[in-house]
Design a protein around this ligand. Structure first.
Ligand SMILES: [Mg+2]
Length: 234
């Protein structure tokens, strides 16, 4: 029987028996995007401005077009690029803020259920490998995944077709039997073009920002909405 997105992702939840692979984004999906938004939106402009005698608001205004110019490109996620571009030691600054790295609600419960399941559980992130390592040190991330991939290793972000070709080579998957969860709808667009059949987004990637009512892809607020059908963990 031909499978459609609707047959797997319905209001009743997910038919996990129709899936072999789950691809999971990190920031804004499993982890609270508040950390990244605060770091890049406030901490980095603050440090940059401090060296130039500017307050945070003036720095934010000055840097907004600089950041906007790199959005969706690998540079956007690249600590080396921003260290050079802004003349700041971004990894060292980031080290000082690691206590702000937090799970989203229910992420660990969800990952426990996935670990107990038949699924190949793969983290795919645009985070720089240094950031990924920092986050994996702060939180026990790695134990939940069969494989963790930073798009920097492929030299191209998840928003591009080349990423998906590289992922297929590195960690083969059946697009028809794969669920991909990511808070970025631009990233989901690229996955859809590649042919990933089951796509899901999040209503509140950043716990300090309003819940998104309008999304272009099916959305959940908390993972409890899709736990049914996964093995129990007690
Ligand atoms: Mg994300």
């Amino acid at each position: 029987m031909a499978m459609t997105v609707a047959s797997c992702l319905s209001v009743e939840g997910i038919d996990w028996t129709q899936l072999d692979t789950i691809l999971l984004d990190m920031d804004g999906t499993l982890l609270d995007l508040e950390f990244d938004n605060h770091f890049w939106g406030t901490v980095v402009p603050g440090e940059w401005g401090r060296q130039r005698g500017l307050d945070v608001a003036a720095s934010q205004a000055a840097l907004a077009p600089v950041f906007a110019g790199e959005r969706g490109r690998l540079n956007w996620y690249c600590l080396d690029f921003w260290s050079r571009r802004l003349d700041l030691d971004i990894p060292t600054i980031k080290e000082g803020y690691t206590e702000g790295i937090r799970w989203r609600p229910q992420s660990e419960i969800f990952l426990q259920h996935l670990k107990a399941s038949h699924l190949d559980v793969v983290l795919i992130t645009n985070a720089h490998p240094v950031t990924l390592e920092m986050k994996a040190q702060q939180l026990p991330l790695a134990q939940w995944f069969d494989c963790m991939i930073s798009s920097h290793d492929f030299g191209t972000p998840k928003e591009t077709p080349a990423f998906w070709t590289s992922l297929m080579n590195e960690r083969p998957f059946d697009p028809q039997r794969t669920l991909f969860i990511d808070d970025s709808e631009y990233v989901l667009d690229a996955a859809q073009v590649y042919g990933v059949a089951h796509l899901l987004t999040l209503r509140q990637p950043d716990s300090t920002l309003p819940v998104r009512e309008e999304t272009r892809y099916p959305a959940i607020h908390h993972f409890e909405e899709i736990l049914e059908g996964l093995p129990s963990i007690d």
